[in-house]
Design a protein around this ligand. Structure first.
Ligand code: SAM
Length: 222
């Protein structure tokens, strides 16, 4: 079983504002997810750690041609997703861990956006990747967005990120968040992410996106 990083209270309530402030090009990344998945045959998608549902909402008019299952252990995040997506009966939103989902349901694609960097690399990251892999069809597409990288480039990039933040964020807040990223998040190198993905039963991933410290990866189930 993998660790759960619970989002509740202010952290859940302020999530939309937080991503717009702290994650440059967050909305852009969300907007390209449907394009990344447009060659999937059966339109059956698992959105692991769907949070407030932003990646699902981006399917827009195409949403009705997909069956989407969004799964998140944080009820306050999931309730926001439910509110945004209530018009779509083909979007199932489940308050659960991935390992609690039935194993006989197979998805043709999955996303794991901004989740993995919360889990320690002591078996937790690997468990989550395996729990997703088990529920995918062979060759299924898997898209990840995560903070990845070696320590020194990460520290350098965080200095740049501080310069990119809006004026409304004061210096103390900037420093607090940067410290939290460096001391509390479980950031691994790109090589280690590749190794974990291969061990979980995925192909060598392709790194196709970077905005500041946030890196996008795509791979397939073997
Ligand atoms: C930063 S939010 C990302 C939400 C959404 N994917 C996005 O990109 O906006 C992280 C989400 O991961 C969920 N989460 C935490 N631990 C998890 C785990 N072990 N498995 C799946 N989701 C998890 C949290 O509840 C939270 O909603």
């Amino acid at each position: 079983m993998s660790k759960i990083e619970i989002f509740e209270g202010d952290r859940a309530g302020n999530y939309e504002n937080f991503v717009d402030t702290w994650i440059p090009n967050y909305r852009y990344f969300m907007s390209i997810v449907p394009q990344l998945l447009n060659d999937v045959d059966e339109k059956n998608l698992l959105v692991a750690g769907c949070g407030t549902g932003n990646e699902i909402l981006e399917f827009g008019e195409e949403l009705s041609s997909w069956n989407i299952t969004g799964v998140d252990p944080s009820i306050e995040m999931l309730n926001q997703a439910k509110e945004k997506l209530k018009a779509y009966p083909n979007v199932k939103l489940i308050n659960s861990r991935i390992d609690q989902l039935p194993e006989d349901v197979y998805f043709s694609a999955a996303t794991l956006l901004l989740v993995l960097h919360f889990l320690p690399d002591n078996g937790n990251k690997l468990s989550l990747l395996k729990d997703i892999q088990k529920r995918l069809k062979p060759n299924a597409t898997f898209v990840i967005l995560d903070i990845t990288g070696e320590r020194q480039p990460l520290e350098n990039n965080l200095k740049i990120l501080k310069k990119l933040l809006p004026d409304s964020v004061d210096e103390a807040q900037k420093q607090m968040r940067v410290n939290r990223i460096l001391t509390e998040l479980e950031i691994i190198s790109e090589n280690r992410l590749s190794e974990l993905l291969r061990e979980a039963g995925f192909e060598e991933p392709t790194r196709f996106f970077q905005s500041s410290i946030y890196v996008g990866w795509i791979t397939r189930k073997k």
